[in-house]
Design a protein around this ligand. Structure first.
Ligand code: EPZ
Length: 432
C-alpha cells in the first residue's frame, strides 16, 4: 500500500498530535508501578480475607487483570486509586483466551491458584511483538513443587495430587532470571508444605514488592531482590493493606522526556535504587541529577552518545531501551544500543528513521549516529515502550507528529498527554 494511503488509513486510528520543539518545566508525577500492581492483584487469590491495594495506576492492563480476577469469583471494589479485593468464593474456571492472550501477567495467577485451591486452567499467554516469551521456567518450577501440568491445545491444565492438594517445598534453579517465573513460583511456594528456594531468581524491584506484600500477609520469605530466595511455607495467609511502589519505568520515561527536550524538570516520586543503571547513563550522557524531596531534579547539559546493553536488574532495563534510543538520535556522536532480553524489541528503529534518525541495526545491536534534528512525521508505536519512545521523539522533532498505537501506550502510561501538557507540552488526543 502506498505510503500516503497508509498514512491516511493510519490517521483514522486514535492518535496523539504532538507539537515538536517542546520544552518542559515543573514537576511530573509518577504513578504506582504497573508491573508490580499486576502481580499484587494476582496475589490477592492467596487469601480469603480482604486485600486493599493503594496507589494502583488506572491502566488498561490493570482493568484487564481485575476483569480476569472477577471471572474467578474475586469480589472487587474500586475507591479512587485503591482497589479492594476479596477472594473468598473462588470458582475453578478456565480463563478465556481472549482475556489472557493480551495480558501476560494473568498467567502468573497459575501459581497463586495452585497454592490456594490446588488447580488451575489457563491458556498459554503466547508471544507478542517483542518476542516468543515462553513460560517454560514457570511450568518447570511449578512441577518441581509437585504440580501436575498438561498443555493441550494451548491450554495449561494444572493440579496438585494427593488428598490435601498441597504443593511440597522444593529447590528450584531457574535457567534464566525470569521476572514472571520468579513471581509465579513465589506465589505457589508460600502455601506449600515445607521449605523452598528459588536460585537464579529475578531481582527486579517488582519481585521485591511482591515479597513484601506476601510477608505482610503472613508469608515467610527471605532474600527477595537477590539471586536466591528462601520461602518457608505456611498454612494460611491473611488480608492486608499495601501501597504499590512507584513505577520506575514511568519515572525513567519522564526523565528521558526532560533530557530529550533539554528541559529542567522534577520527576517524583522516584526510588533511586530502582533506577541506578538508568540514572548513571543519564549522567554519562550529560545530565545533572539531584535528589529533590521524594523525586529527582534533572538538568540536561549537552547530550552526547553513550552505549547501552539491556540486562536483568540491576542492569539497564529493557523497558527503557526504546525511550533511551529516542534520546540518542539527537545526541552528539555515536551510541551503540544492544537488546539482550528480547529477540524483537527494535521495532521503533524504522519509525525513528522516518523522523530522520540515523540508525544501523545489526542483529540486536543498533548503531546510532546523532543528528542535529528530527522532523515530525506520522509514526506508529508497535509495543508499549516503543509507543512511549515515539511520543518522546515527537516532543523533540521539528513540526507536529501524529503518533498511533495508543492501545499500546495506554497499557502502561496513565494520561501521559495530560501529565506532559501540565509541564508545557502541546499534545492533543484525537479519537480518529
Ligand atoms: C516482565 O515480563 C515485565 N512484565 C516486562 O515488562 C519486562 O520487560 C520483563 O519482565 C523483563 O524485565 C510484567 O511484569 C507484567 P521475563 P516477563 O520472564 O515476566 C525469556 C513492559 O513493557 N524467558 O523476565 O514476561 C523471555 O522470553 C513489559 O512493561 C524465557 O526464555 O519477563 C524474555 O526474553 C514488557 N523462558 C526474557 O526471558 C521463560 O520461561 C525476560 O522474560 C521465561 C522467560
Amino acid at each position: 500500500m502506498p505510503l500516503a494511503a497508509r498514512i491516511s488509513k493510519e490517521m483514522l486510528k486514535p492518535h496523539l498530535l504532538v507539537s515538536g520543539n517542546s520544552s518542559l518545566s515543573g514537576e511530573l508525577k509518577v504513578n504506582g508501578a504497573k508491573n508490580s500492581a499486576l502481580v499484587l492483584l494476582a496475589a490477592s487469590l492467596l487469601t480469603d480475607e480482604e486485600i486493599i491495594l493503594s496507589n494502583v495506576p488506572k491502566l488498561t492492563d490493570i482493568s484487564g487483570m481485575t476483569a480476569i480476577l472477577s471471572k474467578m469469583g474475586v469480589e472487587i471494589k474500586h475507591k479512587t486509586k485503591d482497589i479492594f479485593l476479596k477472594a473468598n468464593d473462588l470458582r475453578h474456571v478456565e480463563l478465556p483466551y481472549e482475556l489472557v492472550h493480551g495480558l501476560r501477567a494473568s498467567f502468573f495467577c497459575i501459581g497463586a491458584l495452585l497454592g490456594r485451591i490446588g488447580k488451575a486452567k489457563i491458556p498459554l499467554p503466547g508471544g507478542c511483538k517483542i518476542g516468543a516469551r515462553p513460560v517454560v521456567e514457570h511450568i518447570r518450577g511449578l512441577k518441581a513443587l509437585g504440580a501436575i501440568i498438561n498443555v493441550n491445545h494451548g491450554i495449561v491444565t494444572a493440579s496438585v495430587p494427593g488428598f490435601e492438594g498441597q504443593l511440597k517445598g522444593a529447590n528450584v534453579v531457574l535457567d534464566c532470571p525470569s521476572v514472571g517465573a520468579t513471581e509465579t513460583i513465589l506465589m505457589a511456594a508460600v502455601l506449600a508444605n515445607g521449605e523452598s528456594t528459588i536460585e537464579n531468581a529475578a531481582q527486579e524491584p517488582e519481585v521485591q514488592d511482591l515479597a513484601k506484600m506476601l510477608n505482610k500477609m503472613g508469608a515467610k520469605i527471605k532474600g527477595a531482590g537477590g539471586p536466591k530466595i528462601h520461602i518457608e511455607g505456611v498454612k494460611k495467609l491473611h488480608g492486608c493493606e499495601y501501597t504499590v511502589m512507584p513505577d520506575r519505568i514511568e519515572a525513567g520515561t519522564f526523565l528521558i522526556a526532560a533530557a530529550i527536550t533539554r528541559s529542567v524538570l522534577k520527576v517524583t516520586p522516584v526510588i533511586s535504587d530502582h533506577l541506578n543503571a538508568v540514572l548513571q547513563k543519564l549522567r554519562d550522557c550529560g545530565c545533572r541529577l539531584e535528589k529533590d524531596g521524594e523525586g529527582i531534579k534533572i538538568t540536561p547539559g549537552e547530550i552526547h552518545g553513550v552505549d547501552i546493553t539491556t540486562q536483568p536488574f540491576p542492569g539497564f532495563p529493557t523497558d527503557l531501551q526504546a525511550p533511551f534510543m529516542a534520546l540518542m538520535t539527537t545526541a552528539k556522536g555515536t551510541s551503540v544500543i544492544t537488546e539482550k532480553i528480547y529477540e524483537n524489541r527494535m521495532q521503533h528503529i524504522s519509525e525513528l528513521q522516518r523522523m530522520g534518525a540515523s540508525i544501523r541495526l545489526q542483529g540486536n545491536t543498533a548503531v546510532i549516529e546523532g543528528v542535529s534534528e528530527l522532523s515530525a512525521a506520522p509514526v506508529e508505536g508497535r509495543d508499549l515502550r516503543s509507543s512511549a519512545a515515539m511520543v518522546l521523539a515527537s516532543l523533540k522533532a521539528n513540526g507536529t507528529s501524529q503518533v498511533v498505537g495508543l492501545d499500546h501506550l495506554d497499557r502502561g502510561y496513565e494520561l501521559i498527554e495530560e501529565k506532559l501538557n501540565k509541564c508545557g507540552a502541546h499534545i492533543i488526543r484525537k479519537q480518529h
